[in-house]
Design a binder for this molecule. Sequence first.
Ligand SMILES: Cc1ncc(COP(=O)(O)O)c(C=O)c1O
Length: 372
Amino acid sequence: MSKIPYFVPNITKKDILNVTNVLKSKWISPGKILTKLEGSFAKTLRVSKAKCIGVSSGYAALFLAIRLLNLKKNDIVLMPNINFVASSNIVKFFKGKIVLVDAENKDNPNISIKDLEKKLSSKVKAVIICHYGGYPCDMQNIMRLKKKYNFALIEDACHAMFSKYNNKKYLGSFGDFAAFSFYANKNITSAEGGMLYCKKQIDANKSRILKNHGLNTDSFTHSINRYHKNYDVTEIGYNFRLDDVRSSLLINQINKIQTNNSKRHKIFLNYLKLLKLNNKIEVLFSDYKSNNYSRHLFVILAKNKKKIQNRLKLNGISFSCHYKPINQLKIHKNRKKYKHSSYLFDHMISLPIYPGLSYFQIQKICKIINSN
Ligand SMILES: Cc1ncc(COP(=O)(O)O)c(C=O)c1O
């Protein structure tokens, strides 16, 4: 194991006690703890409780959103070239036509409004955006374009629990759908898990059916009624359920999310302070100084990326890369030019950031970077 891991989940005694209590109870499948979790999540996001649906992963949330669009073969979906591969894999699975959009700038991986506008037409079925590292896309312009071209908007908010736009509305509450991930390295985790937000109640209701094999009822309802209702299957569904064991691990983390995000904010400020004299690197989103963001990633752009990576490796410090551009992945390859995405990929290094990262550890990481 690295001396400084890239990520350490923040699991407390209370979280473990919550899980133990569910394991000792008579109910471990999706039930009242999941319902409680959906309520807490919706309250934090400031949306209606009935519109948040706990699912088995961020991928499952994105998959359901895309399925609910009723995507047909060759339907056009625009999405950022710098993103995790989930959205592009799903659109490809549904045989949609993926149009990749370059990054906003050489220091902002979020979707470029200029390139988006160039590629939009009335034929575009949907636009997927990702709030990279929890930093907001330009929602004012995206909502303006949505109105003009009438596309469905999916927010990949897997990094953005819970970031505000312009100090007001939470990311993940703008679009027709939003996906959140509870994967192990996320700001809130149940090892695997996710949350889908649907703007329309009808989509929320349908997604509850789709995530449970298309059944028009579920085991918890049976247990309350103490008999097995004469069920039916109304849709070709999936198993994308989130159970009460995982939900119990999330409840307390949601209550603590602002505290933990503030710790990440402090780490971000300490990194900035310790790296500020280094003119060979640039910190992404260094101007985003308010405590309004989830700070899921801390990314530097380095002129001497390879050298820094080697030194971090030698010193047992883990790092990552978010992300290799989608157009450079074998399965989604195209030879078009995405100059900002390519530049970002050639220079970016993601450094450790999590509530338990100490000032001493940050000093150590920065010393290694500054010594190059
Ligand atoms: C931006 C983004 N989108 C989607 C996903 C997929 O989430 P999950 O791993 O929970 O399926 C992730 C998770 O790594 C992600 O970071």
